[in-house]
Design a protein around this ligand. Structure first.
Ligand code: SF4
Length: 295
């Protein structure tokens, strides 16, 4: 039986579906939980610190202030379920925060935040594109001296190899397309700051790029609907399997996808029971509209 589908996509979901349709199904339709990863939680922490830094007046955005922002964000994060799941002891947490400070240091090697005119932080953007609701969060939107806009995306990992760069650029063009729909102008540039190794990548999205993304989003949405109607989400084994949380249910690793479906249904009923108990039943059984943004 087909899963209920919400007509929504994000840049990271487009990319996830393109990488492996079956993993997409496990994560978004069966809604199987994925273990939290130190890298993802660290990313959340550094993003929070940088967001807080840019709420200060430009002249106040020193490294010392950023450090205080990060310490504050780390304190706030202590009770977060994803951090707790990592099971860090005091020493492990200190190492974790120290590494976040290292990433923050890399940020200051790449740009001077006092010279940035940030007009949007953690900006939610959403538009109807090719029959689907496309959504994403822009880490930072800058207004440049020449009267144009620049999208800035913080990446807490290292810059991708040439082989994977193309798929990253698709995400870049997707943010450009979204912004074009929301504010009516295409950003003049999108800058990716790779805090892991202190390198940056600046792209200048063209109309041709954004039209390509529009077609790609439409094609992905059509494919998702078709595979869902015919129950034919297939595995796509490759390098990404090394990091996949769903190997236990993947036929490429001897697993059975039907068991994932059964588990997904059990978890859905548990969520329903928990919400009934809490009196927050309103959005029950809704397909997951949108989860992550791929920062
Ligand atoms: S293990 Fe590989 S092929 Fe299987 S679902 Fe995960 S990414 Fe896809």
């Amino acid at each position: 039986m087909p899963y209920p589908l919400a007509p929504t996509l994000s840049p990271s979901r487009v990319s996830a579906f393109t990488d492996c349709a079956l993993a997409y199904r496990f994560a978004n339709l069966d809604r199987l939980p994925e273990p939290s990863s130190p890298a993802a939680v660290k990313g959340t922490l550094v993003h929070a610190a940088l967001e807080a830094l840019f709420t200060y007046e430009p002249a106040q955005r020193s490294h010392e202030v950023a450090t205080a922002c990060l310490e504050h964000a780390a304190d706030q994060l202590r009770d977060d379920a994803e951090l707790v799941e990592l099971g860090l002891d005091e020493e492990g947490f200190a190492t974790f925060v120290a590494d976040a400070h290292r990433l923050l240091g890399k940020y200051f090697e790449m740009e001077d935040p006092r010279e940035v005119n940030a007009v949007g932080l953690e900006l939610w953007v959403e538009a109807e594109v090719a029959g689907v609701n496309l959504r994403g969060i822009i880490d930072r939107l800058d207004y440049l001296p020449d009267g144009t806009f620049r999208v800035v995306d913080y990446k807490t990992g290292r810059s991708p190899s040439e082989r994977y760069e193309k798929s990253k650029l698709l995400g870049v063009d997707t943010y450009a397309l979204l912004l074009e729909h929301v504010i009516g102008v295409r950003p003049s540039s999108v800058r990716l700051l790779y805090l892991g190794d202190g390198t940056s990548l600046t792209c200048r999205p063209s109309q041709q790029n954004t039209r390509f993304v529009e077609m790609k989003v439409g094609a992905v949405w059509q494919s998702i609907q078709r595979l869902n109607a015919t129950d034919s989400f297939k595995p796509n084994p490759g390098k990404l399997c090394d990091w996949c949380s769903f190997q236990a249910w993947c036929p490429s690793f001897g697993g059975n996808p039907d068991e994932a479906r059964a588990l997904g249904e059990t978890l859905r009923l548990e969520r329903r029971a928990a919400k009934e108990a809490a009196g927050t039943i309103a959005d029950l059984d809704q397909p997951l509209p949108f989860a992550d943004t791929g920062s």
